[in-house]
Ligand binder design. Structure first.
Ligand code: PEP
Ligand code: MN
Length: 510
């Protein structure tokens, strides 16, 4: 579990200190990289702070604060993602569009973890594959915006850029560097609670009923989920009886078949590069690190030279970071930053990406073609996926790059309802997802996972949010206003999410 990982990596760091690791620079000199080399490139979605000295003070404080995640946890995720790439596991990437500081509560965090666990259980049960869980959590505060300013009533104000930049209140739109510190501490509190939940039995597959299914009103959904829980209890009883319950599990970095506590990883869009840089730290590669890679690897170089340890730069603010669709310019600052970090990364791929551009991007961020390093998160929209996905798959296949393909059926399908609320139709989301599964199958590729915006959040009376239309609860447009709680993109609620889980699970069963 995570606690063991922390102990291991602390030992690793101590060991490294004693043996004086030798730094081997992995980039050719002509392309030297440093955590700040992005500053020489043009930056999209930049934030202008009125007081640069204040920003500098906050950043130097952030540089001294401890890492949120450890190199060995990051390596373990790389390893598990390499299994996804080999079709031996499925990736679930999910959570809020954006977290807010106010939503950092026990109830919200446990509801989110509970939904991610329920979703993954349905997938594991149907597909008989381990699921790698990455939450959009513990740092997903910044938001890219299509315009730097927006109109509110008859006023024009700076756009809201996420709780780590400015306030949602139109009178609080000046970027404030203190919010970056606040983001660090809210991430820490969130992650601490997640670690607590995961190591104290909440996540045990022996008690999935504790993940709060009580409020699911749809009888058919409840029945379907209960059937899985019953089946699982029987299977666990049986394994216990015949004594095969223990053994190296997927969660322990071994094969498949977890029944105990689960692994869980954090992620956010790496948008605020000053923050990401401050949390980027150089560490020796953990001893067991490199199994996930092939071709040129530190493991091979160092296999028999224990006194030498290669170092790498880890972004220690999250296990996984992704580049958004608005910041993936080949010569831009974000791509420059991402190419130097050791973490596994995601890249959003939308309709405006050209096939050769995608390949050039992969050459930049993964020159050694390491397995588990890049996840392509496609988000075209149900009406556009047929025009783009097959071409992108062919371009990547032709390049010799191995990637993980996952489907984000949310971001290409956002609409404005008659009442002016941003929404997404469940049917359109399913339509992009099923097209994605079909196109991968036709192209000799495989969909390795899904990226969703969902929430298990309930209101005070115990009702789910009403932000997306449709699903088995048949939510209508006129009902959107009832419990619309997102201040960012509309999320699937608990019931709608389980609907999606059953759909994928049934597809993978075949
Ligand atoms: C997001 O994932 O919330 C997002 C803004 O996505 P994209 O960059 O694909 O638009
Ligand atoms: Mn979003």
């Amino acid at each position: 579990c995570m606690i063991t990982q922390i102990t291991l990596s602390l030992c690793g760091a101590l060991k490294g200190a004693v043996t004086k690791p030798i730094v081997i620079h992995t980039m050719p000199a002509s392309e030297s990289w440093s955590p700040s080399s992005w500053k020489s490139k043009s930056i999209a979605q930049d934030v202008e702070y009125p007081d640069p000295k204040h920003l500098a003070k906050v950043l130097s404080k952030l540089e001294t604060l401890p890492p949120l995640v450890t190199p060995s946890e990051i390596e373990r995720l790389r390893n598990q993602l390499s299994l996804v790439q080999r079709n031996e596991a499925f990736l679930l990437h999910a959570g809020d569009c954006a977290e807010s500081f106010d939503a950092c509560t026990h109830e919200n965090i446990s509801a989110k973890i509970g939904l991610i666990l329920s979703f993954s259980l349905i997938l594991i049960w149907g597909a008989r594959l381990p699921v790698v869980r990455i939450g959009r959590i513990a740092g997903q505060y910044a938001k890219p915006r299509s315009s730097p300013r927006e109109k509110i009533g008859d006023r024009e104000v700076l756009s809201f850029r996420g709780d780590n930049v400015n306030g949602l209140d139109p009178n609080d739109r000046t970027p404030d560097p203190e919010r970056l510190l606040s983001a660090y501490f809210h991430s820490t509190a969130t992650l601490n609670h997640v670690r607590g939940l995961l190591t104290s039995g909440f996540a045990s597959l022996h008690q999935p009923r504790t993940w709060s299914l009580s409020h699911v009103r749809s009888p058919s959904l409840r029945t379907e989920f209960e059937a899985i829980v019953e089946g699982l209890s029987d299977a666990l009883d049986f394994s216990r009886t015949i004594g095969v319950e223990s053994g190296p599990s997927f969660e322990q970095g071994g094969g498949r078949g977890t029944v105990g506590e689960v692994d869980f990883y954090t992620s956010h869009e790496g948008l605020m590069l000053e923050y990401e840089q401050a949390l980027t730290r150089e560490f020796p590669l953990p001893v067991r690190a490199p199994a996930a890679t092939h071709g040129h690897t530190a493991a091979k170089d160092n296999a028999n030279t224990s006194s030498k340890a290669e170092k790498a730069f880890y972004n220690t603010s999250a296990h996984f970071l992704w580049i958004g669709d608005r910041t993936r310019q080949l010569t831009g600052a974000h791509v420059e930053y991402f190419r130097g970090i050791r973490n596994p990364i995601g890249i959003k791929v939308g309709p405006s990406m050209a096939g050769d551009e995608l390949v050039r991007l992969l050459d930049i961020v993964n020159p050694r073609k390491e397995a588990g390093r890049v996840t392509l998160i496609t988000r075209y929209g149900a009406g556009k996926i047929d025009d783009h996905l097959a071409g992108h798959i062919a371009a990547v296949q032709g390049s010799g790059h191995g990637v993980i393909w996952i489907c984000d059926p949310m971001h290409g399908n956002t609409q404005t309802s008659a009442s002016g609320l941003k929404t997404r139709h469940f049917g359109t989301i399913i339509s992009e997802l099923t097209a994605c599964l079909r196109i991968h199958a036709t192209c000799g590729s495989r969909l390795g996972g899904v990226s969703l915006e969902f929430t298990g959040e309930l209101n005070e009376e115990g009702f789910s949010v009403t932000e997306c239309v449709g699903g088995s609860m048949e939510l209508g447009e006129q009902e959107l206003g009832l419990r619309y709680q997102s201040f960012c993109d509309p999320r699937l609620n608990f019931e709608q999410s389980l609907d999606v889980a059953f759909l994928i699970s049934n597809f993978l069963k075949k």
